[in-house]
Write a protein that binds this ligand. Structure first.
Ligand code: BGC
Length: 343
């Protein structure tokens, strides 16, 4: 079942709606037409009590005022970083906004997280449509996008991305939800099906090297508490002030990428995706903020698991390409599946 209700109005005067996806188990996912943002996910904990497991805000004003956390938002045209906001494609040079140190981040100053999308509902699926015009934020080509949200009876939220272009352009779409399944985020256990990360420089741009995780703080092959090794004396952790890295997921096609668990609530979440990578970001630069219902949000209060193509792929021939060409279809899917266990 999908219900719609008004949520507010942007500064530009656009009406924003909230769509509630609910399944027969009583799980409820709220998604906003502003930035196709996942605003809340209510799942029952081990005692049957509903818990909201993602960060978010109560009003359009709060979403518009926050320029740097991307809470729950659709991120694009290119999620993550592009070194120095510059790239060459088919011999032509393009300049983008530099909005994160010396680099371009998450699509620029007015990324997809700021767009108010047109919505359509069909049975249990919610579709958001929008167009990113040629030249928007410096990117070439008109990009037509569709993002689909579907909550199934197995408590899985499916997010499917589709895009087409009329000129070659880079595309890398993700959802920027921050998860806290109950209690302290750093006490959650996390398992990641990855053997390596892309190594970062001090501005979080990949050097091109792939670092094996075995024996390092980045080794989540066996489930471990996120906070266990976050203070380790490793240069990569210092660069990110914690985890803020792209994990190279094992295998290809739709497969399990990670499992996050809270012993406090008994809620667990499995992430499945067909993306090659996943950025693990432990909200290292949050500062103090006030979220839904006045909840205090601070550094490391949640973790984002952003399925994606590798960061700065435009500058690394050894990374999977992020270039979409006319006639091709960008398609990608990520599933967040919730379940409970008494541990
Ligand atoms: C990035 C972080 C950044 C955050 C913005 C993440 O995807 O990897 O470096 O600070 O988004 O909220």
């Amino acid at each position: 079942m999908i219900l719609m209700e008004p949520f507010g109005t942007t500064k530009k005067g656009e009406a924003v709606e909230r769509y509630i996806l609910e399944n027969k188990r009583g799980t409820r996912v709220a998604v906003l037409s502003l930035g196709a943002t996942v605003q809340s996910i209510l799942v029952a904990d081990k005692n049957g009590k509903p818990r909201d497991v993602v960060l978010g805000y109560d009003s359009v004003e709060q979403y518009e005022a926050d320029r740097d956390t991307y809470l729950g938002a659709l991120v694009g045209r290119v999620a993550n970083r592009i070194a120095r906001g510059h790239f060459t494609l088919d011999g032509r040079e393009y300049s983008l906004a530099v909005n994160n140190g010396p680099n371009h981040l998450h699509g620029g100053l007015e990324g997809f997280d700021r767009k108010v999308c047109r919505a359509a509902v069909s049975n249990d699926a919610l579709f958001f449509y929008f167009v990113s015009p040629d030249g928007e934020e410096g990117y070439p080509g008109t990009l037509r996008c569709c993002v689909q949200y579907r909550l199934d009876e197995d408590n899985a939220l499916h997010i499917r991305y589709r895009a087409e272009t009329d000129a070659p352009t880079p595309v890398n779409l993700t959802n920027h939800s921050y998860f806290n399944l109950g209690g302290e985020a750093m006490e959650h256990t996390l398992q990641i099906f990855a053997d390596a990360i892309t190594e970062n420089d001090e501005t979080s741009i990949p050097t091109g090297a792939m670092l094996p995780v075995a024996g390092t703080a980045f080794d989540f092959a066996e489930a471990k508490a996120i906070g266990r090794d976050i203070g380790a004396q490793e240069q990569q952790l210092k660069f990110g002030n914690g985890y803020d890295h792209n994990f190279i997921l094992r295998g290809e096609g739709m497969r399990e990428a990670a499992v996050l668990r809270s012993a406090e609530s008994g809620i667990a979440m499995a992430v499945e995706t067909d993306c090659p990578g996943m950025q693990v970001y432990t909200a290292n630069f949050f500062g103090d903020r006030v979220g839904k219902g006045g909840a205090p949000y601070s550094d490391r209060c949640a973790v984002a698991l952003e399925t994606q193509s590798f960061p700065d792929a435009l500058h690394h021939e050894n990374f999977p390409s992020v270039v979409l060409r006319p006639g091709e279809v960008y398609e990608s899917e990520t599933v967040y599946r919730f379940f409970t266990e008494d541990v």
